[in-house]
Write a protein that binds this ligand. Structure first.
Ligand code: PLP
Length: 376
């Protein structure tokens, strides 16, 4: 028997979350904005750990897919995805450009080096591109000063038949926690992009789900939003849960108890004995550890569900195992089901918070050794 741990991916939850985002966008429409923006479903990092194949199937209703990795993009085409694909970091060397050409991949253009590579390229068919503006994330993108010239170079490339659609894109640094800074960054985008022709894309999950944000971007051309994390049923916000946003967990990380024991008062549990029993108690050992991608920084008190009952992790997470408190679950025994996060257990965001990180990291970090089960 394989080790009793698995990550179950729910296609229906992925579909539900995409629908929930589309519905929220539709409800935000106004008389002057009668149609919702197009949706790039962001599926980078193996669809946030859920698997490219699953994402391509579940996000069939999305208007496009966005990701970083050329191989993942090619995989989407091989799986039959015919709608647009956007590479969020664009290409890395001249040899990538023929791949963009062959597989019809739209590219971000965020630096002069990419424009230079493009100037020397001769794709058989012109490529679609979004020129990226840095509005204060200070990660990728042209500065406000450099942007108009970069955009002109892209339009020149269109004249030469190297590019087809040329659009504008940006990315907010604080859409999840600071409306004032986000408003300032949006103003920068609106000011710099004003008058430059082309479709545009500025919103990640947090910005997409912030009521009234996308509707305030002036637009006479198509807008594309780029939600990622919310499609997987985790929240982009620290102060609003995925459930409050109407999202369903798409990944359930579950395991079983492989040992149950009674320990006396004063007994230490696990490496370093960071947990000491206050009195006699029953504990369970779960077949999940940090080598499965569970965060080692999750300490005593991190929520976990055993046999449908919410309880807590105790002591240090070790490589292949962790200990849980069975006090509220007296019926638990070897083989009792344990939900680490997801359906029937704590949310991935709760576990992440206990470990000082975010749900994104936990979803992406589930180890290849954990078998995936796909359900519809
Ligand atoms: C990852 C990413 C997104 C999606 O972000 P979420 O917070 O997961 O919604 C959007 N745009 C870019 C450029 C990204 O890198």
């Amino acid at each position: 028997m394989p080790r009793p741990i698995s990550a179950t991916i729910s296609l229906s939850s992925l579909r539900h979350n995409l629908r929930a985002v589309a519905t929220q966008l539709e409800q935000a429409c106004t008389r002057s904005r009668p149609a919702r923006p197009n949706i790039w479903a962001v599926i980078k990092a193996n669809a946030y750990g859920h698997g490219i194949d699953q994402a391509v199937s579940a996000f069939a209703q999305a208007d496009g897919l966005a990701m970083l990795d050329l191989n993942e993009a090619v995989r989407c085409r091989e799986l039959g995805w015919t709608k647009p694909i956007l590479l969020l970091e664009g290409f890395f060397e001249p040899g990538d450009i023929p791949v963009l050409d062959e597989y019809r991949l739209a590219t971000a253009l965020h630096c002069q080096e990419q424009l230079d590579m493009l100037a020397a390229a001769k794709p058989a068919r012109p490529l679609d591109a979004f020129v990226k503006l840095n509005v204060g994330m200070n990660r990728l993108g042209f500065s406000q000063e450099a942007y108009p010239d970069a955009y002109r170079q892209a339009l020149d490339a269109r004249e030469r038949g190297v590019l087809n659609l040329v659009g504008k894109m940006s990315h907010f640094a604080r859409a999840d926690d600071d409306a004032v800074v986000t408003g300032q960054q949006l103003d920068v985008f609106n000011r710099v992009a004003a008058g430059l022709p082309g479709r545009f894309s500025v919103c990640n999950s947090a910005a997409t789900l912030t009521p009234g944000l996308w509707t305030t971007v002036p637009c006479d051309e198509a807008q594309w939003v780029r939600p990622g994390i919310c499609l997987y049923g985790a929240s982009p916000f620290a102060d609003r849960s995925a459930a409050q946003l109407g999202l369903l967990p798409a990944m359930t990380l579950a395991a079983r108890l492989i040992s149950v024991r009674d320990i006396p008062q004063g007994a230490g549990v696990g490496y370093g004995h960071t947990f000491m029993a206050q009195g006699p108690m029953r504990i369970g050992i779960v077949a999940c550890g940090y080598a499965d991608g569970y965060p080692r920084h999750a300490g005593t008190g991190t929520p976990v569900t055993v046999d449908g009952v919410r309880t807590q992790l105790i002591g240090r997470v070790s490589m292949d195992m962790m200990a849980v408190d069975l006090t509220p679950v007296p019926q638990a025994r070897v083989n009792s089901p344990v939900v680490l996060w997801g359906h029937g257990g704590p949310s991935v965001d709760e576990v992440a918070q206990a470990a000082g990180t975010i749900g994104y990291e936990l979803l992406c970090a589930v180890a290849p050794r954990v078998p995936r089960a796909i359900i519809d």
